[in-house]
Design a protein around this ligand. Structure first.
Ligand code: ATP
Ligand code: MG
Ligand code: FE
Length: 356
């Protein structure tokens, strides 16, 4: 099965061709990603209108590049899969409408894919993972722990009650005058800092409720920053290091609870797996603390390569392959309207349409 994937839900314009040959491991034939970071940097965050326009300008060329890199033409593709939600609706419209046009011109089936399902299934593309496993998704828009039981079969065990973790990194960076995107800059700046200087809260730590929260931590950072103003480089580094320590600690606590719950739900699985996805997965300190947490609970920790953790179209093409293979094809993706909100536990309905 060979699928062309298209991803435009946020600030990456991406296209990819992935193939699954009988009895073989899947192969990413091409994976083209154009980041709009520079278009949005001046505004300190993603501007939806600018993102949508940038997708319009870039997508045709990106799709052509993905086909060329893969050395295939449209006739050799079995289906077209596009992100249909959740995300910024302008970008979703551009991607899904382009996919509809391409699929219908080539007479190929179309799959309307949930972006989160793409993240959830990536570890099966990279590591051939078997169900069930736990997914920690930490990006600019999402902070969730999801039980992945099968294709189209997901159960959200925890989510943030306020900010996403990547968002907390980005806002912290902004308060400290560090450039966008905040995550990588906070991590870099934290390197020289003292993680014990500021005793920031560990939101939800020890709570019986499984969810995440980062708004209180963000407020604590703001208060510390204004109390220490004017900020020296030393102060900024110490705040970053203390913030990161608080985040790692809180995250490990929240994840630990779900690892425990997984153990109780699936007592027969010898070495269960936790997979991480999303841009925040790049953070070394967070990874180290999650790895330690996994070791403690007897879990294997899998972090796919960074370019497959952040937004990309290979994961969308792969989700399309998984759906075709699982026979979750039916319904009419040509009639599918992009959904800015589309929780992962609502994807079980089949979303493929026949080429016409
Ligand atoms: P979505 O939730 O729709 O996937 P997104 O485009 O914001 O949205 P990603 O592209 O996966 O998600 O990730 C971007 C986020 O990851 C940003 O918030 C960024 O600050 C954060 N990030 C990137 N690198 C790091 C890092 N080293 N440490 C912490 N956060 C990071
Ligand atoms: Mg992004
Ligand atoms: Fe994403």
């Amino acid at each position: 099965i060979r699928v062309l994937g298209i991803e435009t839900s946020c600030d990456e314009t991406a296209a990819s061709v992935v193939v699954l040959r009988e009895g073989d491991a899947p192969e990413i034939l091409s994976n083209v990603v154009l980041s709009q970071i520079e278009d949005h940097a001046a505004f300190g965050g993603v501007v939806p209108e600018i993102a949508a326009r940038a997708h319009v300008e870039a997508l045709d060329g990106i799709v052509e590049a993905a086909l060329a890199d893969a050395g295939v033409d449209l006739a050799a593709v079995d289906a077209v899969a596009a992100t249909a939600g959740p995300g910024l609706v302008g970008g979703l419209i551009v991607g899904l409408m382009t996919a509809k046009a391409v699929a219908s011109a080539a007479g190929k089936p179309l799959l309307a894919i949930n972006h989160l399902e793409g993240h959830a299934l990536t570890a099966r593309l990279t590591d051939g993972l078997r169900f069930p496993y736990l997914l920690l998704l930490v990006s600019g828009g999402h902070t969730q722990i999801v039980l992945v039981r099968g294709v189209g079969d997901y159960q959200r065990w925890a989510t943030t009650i306020d900010d996403a973790l990547g968002e907390a990194f980005d806002k912290t960076a902004k308060m400290l005058g560090l450039p966008y995107p905040g995550g990588p800059n906070v991590e870099k700046t934290a390197k020289g800092g003292d993680p014990t200087r500021f005793a920031f809260p560990r939101p939800m730590k020890g709570s019986a409720q499984p969810d995440f929260s980062f708004a209180g931590l963000k407020t604590a950072v703001r208060q510390a920053a204004s109390a220490a103003a004017p900020l020296s480089d030393r102060d900024v580094a110490d705040i970053c290091a203390s913030f990161q320590a608080a985040v790692s600690d809180a995250l490990a606590d929240r994840v630990g609870r779900c690892l425990q719950r997984f153990r109780e739900t699936f007592p027969d699985i010898g070495t269960p797996v936790l997979v991480i996805a999303g841009g925040v997965a790049a953070n070394r300190e967070i990874r180290a603390s999650l790895e330690a947490q996994c070791r403690e609970h007897g879990f294997r920790f899998i972090a796919p390569p960074h370019e497959l953790c952040t937004d990309n179209a290979a994961m969308i093409a792969w989700a399309g392959i998984e759906r075709l293979r699982a026979g979750l094809a039916g319904g009419d993706a040509f009639a599918f309207v992009p959904r800015s909100r589309w929780p992962l536990d609502e994807v079980s309905a089949p979303v493929v349409g026949s080429g016409r």
